[in-house]
Write a protein that binds this ligand. Structure first.
Ligand SMILES: [Zn+2]
Length: 135
C-alpha cells in the first residue's frame, strides 16, 4: 500500500489486524503483536456473544475488522448467532441446551463456557471470508 495519508494508514492497520486474526493459529508472532491479536480476537468473541444475547455492543464491528469486510462479517455473525442461541421461550444455549437465561446470563454463559467454540467459529469464518474475497 503506497498511500501514507492518515486514512490510508488507519485502513492498513485494520487490514493487518484482520489478517492477524485470520492467521492467528497458523503463525507465530512475538511481543506486542501477539497481545494486539489476542485482544482483537477476544473483542470479536465478545461482539458475537453480545449479539447472541441481544445486548448492546461496546464496539463497532468496523473497529474490529477491516471496514471493507465488516458488512459481510456482520451477516456471518448473524448466522453464528442462530447456531449459538435458541430464542423460543427465552434464551437457551444451542450448544449445550442450558437455559433459559436472561440476556446478561446468556452472554456470561457464552463467554465463560463457549468462548473457545466462538473463537474457533470466528477464526474459521474469517478465513473463509478472506479466501472468498481473494478470488
Ligand atoms: Zn452452553
Amino acid at each position: 500500500m503506497n498511500h501514507y495519508n492518515k486514512l490510508g494508514l488507519r485502513y492498513e492497520a485494520h487490514i493487518l489486524n484482520y489478517a492477524g486474526v485470520a492467521e492467528y493459529y497458523n503463525r507465530c508472532y512475538s511481543g506486542v503483536t501477539v497481545m494486539r491479536q489476542e485482544i482483537a480476537l477476544k473483542k470479536l468473541v465478545e461482539y458475537v456473544a453480545r449479539k447472541a444475547a441481544l445486548l448492546t455492543q461496546r464496539y463497532e464491528l468496523e473497529d474490529l475488522v477491516a471496514p471493507s469486510i465488516a458488512p459481510f462479517f456482520e451477516k456471518v455473525i448473524d448466522k453464528m448467532v442462530v447456531t449459538l442461541v435458541k430464542r423460543n421461550g427465552g434464551l437457551r444455549c444451542n450448544l449445550c441446551d442450558k437455559g433459559p437465561f436472561t440476556k446478561r446470563g446468556m452472554y456470561l454463559h457464552l463467554i465463560r463456557v463457549h468462548s473457545k467454540d466462538i473463537e474457533f467459529m470466528v477464526h474459521e469464518e474469517l478465513r473463509k471470508l478472506l479466501e472468498a474475497m481473494r478470488k
